[in-house]
Design a protein around this ligand. Structure first.
Ligand code: 3UK
Length: 510
């Protein structure tokens, strides 16, 4: 059981309390050009908190929209918002006006703090202060100390928007206690960070995967974090080697790309490499272990749960399984009526723990939380040893001629063919079969996109998996569509498949 005082400000805990434990002169936030010590971060966050409250009239409970790529300024603004007792609404840098309009309408921020290079897409009705120059100039007029607002542990600290691809975006509310709870469960028990650790990675701070891994976890441990604005997977590997990164956060496709490029050895100094957002293909997990000598830490988390609740560990991983329940959480596999199913049987993943789903003003709360359990929308199997195996998102199950086929499973089978870089597998409606398994495939350089390769891939799937799972339709594409947090957009593939009627069994060359 985690115990927190009733009065709790997560930003005070992450900065002021960490300084009290480890001192102010240690490195805290780094970017390619500079390093801010804990003392620098404290002074800047405090001054920004004065700007928010004194200059901009922000009061506790107001929401403050944040926008920008991962930089020390963005991180300091996030801490300042919490110090002021306000609610941080961080937005993904890739979002454009249309998406920001929806977020603005739901969150109704009092003011926005925005990287000066990212002002363009903000809705005109939002009052905005840009950082660094404008905000920096205002900061100079304020003292480096600030009396942090004495928030309650269960006051809302942040709104995080789900990466959902249909309908109105859902805002999830997380309280000050939740922010510390993710550090004191997954990070403390699985990552076991030390003050000399150097964290880095690619997820935006607006994605709670990045917020935890690239701000909350390092600061809770007195460690430092290197914030990179943008990096290809191979650039990330080079940065990790050059900068002595020891804890790394990125998506499964990035690890795969690093291994494919033959630069996996650059991660030799990384003690903990976390993969989340999508299922980690077993093949990638195996190759990573061979090349780097440690296991990737696969973890499933979610915006609704704030962070990871089932994970492997660097010294305890099983390729093909996500992991085991993180201490502090409970997880079960349920049938549609909410009853636990026996081990070995697929069902709906149900989770409870110190964090959980609280949608802001949204009837979909009723679907996500049932009988006290959070239903993530994933189909999972638990084995007798307590390992959880990801099957698919419930929406990504394909029912074809009465068979239940998980799109991601067919993707795994395809990934074992040497010509395949990656694939996205969805169902296309079909009058006879209900749905037809359709694979969008990215081929390795040199492989020929055409009927012969399609046939070879189909035969391969039939040979390594149950034959009924083979993709009756195969389409070759240059890249797969992904959303702002790097997830495969299966909805877009379904639309594409439905829009381009192809003769089954006679795939067109791309
Ligand atoms: C899927 C996974 C298999 C799964 C997230 C870590 O991804 C995060 O949050 P989102 O709200 O999406 C949640 C959904 O993504 N998923 C995530 N990780 C895995 N599926 N294996 C995995 N390891 O469908 C889940 O329900 O975007 C991940 C930490 C914080 C996060 N917000």
């Amino acid at each position: 059981e985690l115990q927190y005082p009733q009065q709790l400000n997560a930003a005070t805990a992450l900065i002021d309390d960490t300084i009290a434990r480890f001192g102010a002169d240690r490195p805290c936030l780094g970017s390619p050009g500079e390093t801010w010590t804990y003392g620098d971060v404290l002074a800047r966050a405090n001054r920004i908190a004065h700007v928010l409250t004194a200059d901009l009239g922000v009061v506790p409970g107001n929401r403050v929209l944040l926008r920008g790529p991962n930089t020390p300024w963005l991180a300091a603004c996030w801490l300042a918002v919490l110090k002021a007792g306000a609610v941080a609404v961080a937005t993904m840098p890739l979002l454009r006006r249309h998406e920001l309009d929806k977020i603005n309408a739901t969150a109704r921020p009092a003011v926005a703090l925005c990287d000066e290079r990212f002002l363009d897409e903000l809705p005109p009705e939002v009052a905005v202060v840009s950082f660094g120059t404008d905000l920096q100039a205002r900061c100079a007029a304020h003292p480096v100390t600030f009396p942090d607002v004495a928030t309650a542990a269960d006051d809302v600290a942040l709104l995080a928007f789900t990466s959902g691809t249909t309908g109105r975006p859902k805002a999830t509310m997380h309280v000050h206690r939740d922010v510390l709870a993710i550090a004191d469960t997954f990070s403390a028990h699985v990552l076991k960070p030390r003050p000399d650790d150097v964290f880095a990675g690619t997820p935006p701070l607006a994605f709670t995967f990045g917020l935890g891994g690239l701000l909350v976890f390092p600061l809770r441990a007195g460690a430092s974090v290197l914030l990179v604005e943008r990096a290809t997977p191979t650039e990330l590997a080079a940065i990790a080697a050059e900068q002595g990164v020891t804890v790394l956060f990125t998506a499964p496709t990035a690890y795969r790309t690093i291994l494919d490029a033959g630069v996996g050895h650059l991660l030799a100094g990384v003690r903990r490499a976390v993969s989340a957002g999508e299922a980690l293909p077993a093949e990638v997990a195996v190759r990573y272990r061979e090349v780097v000598g440690r296991s990737l830490i696969d973890g499933i988390g979610g915006t609704e749960m704030l962070h990871v609740f089932i994970s492997a560990a660097d010294d305890d991983a099983r390729p093909g399984a996500t992991g085991r329940v993180v201490p502090g959480f409970r997880a079960e596999v349920h049938d549609v009526d909410g009853r636990p199913v026996p081990d070995g049987t697929p069902g709906l993943l149900a989770v409870k723990g110190p964090t959980g789903c609280r949608y802001l003003d949204d009837p979909r709360q009723r679907d996500y939380v049932r009988g006290g359990w959070n239903l993530t929308g994933d189909v999972y199997v638990r084995d007798a040893e307590g390992w959880f195996h990801h099957v698919a998102r419930a929406d990504d199950m394909i029912v074809s001629s009465g068979y239940n086929i998980a799109g991601p499973e067919v993707e795994e089978l395809l990934a074992t063919h040497p010509d395949v870089v990656e694939s996205g597998v969805v169902g296309t409606p079909d009058p006879e079969r209900g749905a037809v398994v359709t694979a969008f495939v990215v081929l390795r350089e040199g492989a020929v996109p055409g009927p012969a390769t399609a046939r070879a891939l189909q035969d391969h799937v039939k040979a390594v998996g149950a034959p009924y799972k083979y993709p009756r339709r195969v389409e070759f594409v240059d890249a797969l569509p992904r959303n702002a947090s790097g997830k495969l957009l299966r909805v877009a593939l379904r639309e594409r498949a439905a829009a381009s009627p192809t003769e089954p069994e006679a795939p067109a060359a791309h």
